[in-house]
Design a protein around this ligand. Structure first.
Ligand code: ADP
Ligand code: MG
Length: 287
């Protein structure tokens, strides 16, 4: 059984006039198939408006597909009896940490979720401790969230979700409002959840360099999955990615330009080190 199975899902937003007559339809999710195994780190990429958030909201039954089916850990999201269980299986982290942090002290904020679930007090503190440690924020537990940087706040939001013991965490553009340092912190924390805690991670972003460690990458446009594969497979398709209005990592663009100019580089260079190694290799063979 997969953690997530999306089969042929369609979601439409209806625009209506004052009388309630439908004046237009946006197909925000257009026949999407997506499968995520337990323990996978999946990335969903796409330009603004490509349908990423709408798809994400299907993963904890905020929205339901109008066609097709979404299963979370084997549970059909339209099964009302499973609603609580589905929402506990997939935790969601959103773009703006300021909207997700409620308490005046970090540790209280992280304890809020498990408290709402009715977890006994003693266990709440255990969960708060382990969650804050998992995102590297334990030493800030007594601080006020207002005094933290954006990256730190976002890690506290992640800890808050983690404290509810989800099997899967969906992060919807968690780094969009952060500076480069904060973005790195959050991505590092997300990777640790996956590597160390074994939690299934679905990272939604439009920063391509954040997805190079993913097991699998999906690229959406106009509600459709336009590209799918390992990071290297996806990053090999530079022209297609540019057409989908994604900003590629500098090093991938540079490698692509060099390739076009006749330098025999492999496809899908992801990091500076890979480019250096590949160029060294070429030089060595020339000597
Ligand atoms: P993304 O997260 O990739 O930016 P969204 O899922 O937010 O994309 O949006 C996909 C499409 O659905 C866009 O065309 C957007 O304008 C439209 N849309 C999103 N939310 C709503 C809504 N609540 N009502 C109507 N249209 C919406
Ligand atoms: Mg979005």
């Amino acid at each position: 059984m997969n953690m997530i199975d999306i089969k042929n899902a369609v979601y439409e937003y209806f625009r209506r006039d004052e009388e309630g007559n439908v004046t237009g339809i946006t197909t925000a999710v257009d026949h999407v198939d997506l499968h995520v195994k337990q323990g996978d780190f999946i990335a969903i990429l796409g330009h603004n408006g490509s349908g990423k958030s709408t798809l994400a909201k299907h993963l904890n039954a905020i929205l339901y597909p109008s066609e097709g089916t979404v299963w979370v850990n084997g549970m059909d999201t339209t099964d009302d009896e499973k609603l609580m269980q589905i929402r506990q299986t997939t935790g969601m982290v959103f773009q703006n940490p300021d909207n997700q942090i409620i308490a005046q002290v970090v540790e209280e904020d992280v304890g809020f979720g498990p408290e709402n679930l009715g977890v006994p007090t003693e266990q709440i503190w255990e969960r708060v401790e382990e969650s804050l440690k998992a995102v590297g924020m334990y030493e800030y537990r007594k601080k006020s969230p207002n005094r933290l940087s954006g990256g730190q706040k976002q890690r506290v939001s992640i800890a808050g979700v983690l404290a509810m013991h989800p099997k899967c965490i969906v992060l919807d553009e968690p780094t969009a409002m952060l500076d480069p340092g904060g973005r790195k912190e959050v991505i590092r924390a997300a990777r640790a959840l996956n590597d160390v805690e074994g939690i299934t991670v679905i990272l939604i972003t439009h920063y391509m360099e954040e997805v190079i460690y993913a097991d699998r990458v999906y690229v959406m446009d106009h509600g459709k999955v336009e590209l799918e594969g390992t990071p290297r497979e996806v990053f090999s398709q530079v022209d297609k990615l540019l057409e989908l209005r994604l900003t590629l990592p500098q090093v991938t663009l540079l490698a692509h330009e060099l390739q076009k100019a006749g330098v025999p580089l492999p496809d899908g260079i992801l990091t500076r080190q890979e480019l250096v190694d590949a160029l060294e290799n070429i030089m060595r063979n020339k000597r």
